[in-house]
Design a protein around this ligand. Sequence first.
Ligand code: PMT
Length: 222
Amino acid sequence: SSKKAFLGKKVLITSGPTQEAIDPVRFISNHSSGKMGAALAEAFANQGAEVHVVLGHGAIKPQHGNVHIVPVKSASEMYEASSKLHQNMDICIFAAAVADYAPKDIAKEKIKKAGEGMTIELVKNVDIAASLGLKKKHGQIHVGFALETENEAFYAKEKLRKKNFDLIVLNSMKEAGAGFQLDTNKVTLFSKDGSEHTSEVVPKTEIAELILKEIKNLPLEI
Ligand code: PMT
């Protein structure tokens, strides 16, 4: 039945924030709660999929017997874990908020307070979605997210192309009720074939259903 449209499909979801250590007690991170990723994981599992969630530290854990959690902290750990799973997956959803940069060196001891200012040198992290996008197999579906504060649609479509996504979900950060932490979201879906669809502000569970519906409509055999 259509209720089990993803029966037997293997789905990888990255979810939550990454943490980039500065020293043993501090890190760089972001506001992702993992709610969007959890809603997606549960939606896929409810429709029969075997779901693997590579989950940032402290993020909401999806609850379902068919959801396997791989806990990670840093972007590089998230990349390692995702890479191991990738080749066996039918669908990959990149819902995590991954730090683009990490401290060049992690101090072994707590950095002591000293001068009036301090500088932390950062180096670029691996782009998980883009790297796995280069390894995308025929028939595999990659879905990305975009979080922008300006030129939103332009940057989202650019990411769709550059990261080899089939579909990208743009969060409407300017909308009350959308984005990080909240139980609701408002998104625009851009697919590779040029279709575009904007939702209302609705619960993330409903956004997840919309994304699954759009994946079923992609011009690919799944
Ligand atoms: O977790 P919640 O509180 O529920 O919030 C949900 C969310 C807002 C975090 C989620 O809906 C979302 O938009 N996640 C992606 C946020 C983001 O990092 O967007 P971006 O525009 O910086 O990245 C674009 C895409 O590349 C994303 O699919 C991202 O997962 C991926 N990426 C980015 C950088 C990187 N080094 N590796 C990646 O895989």
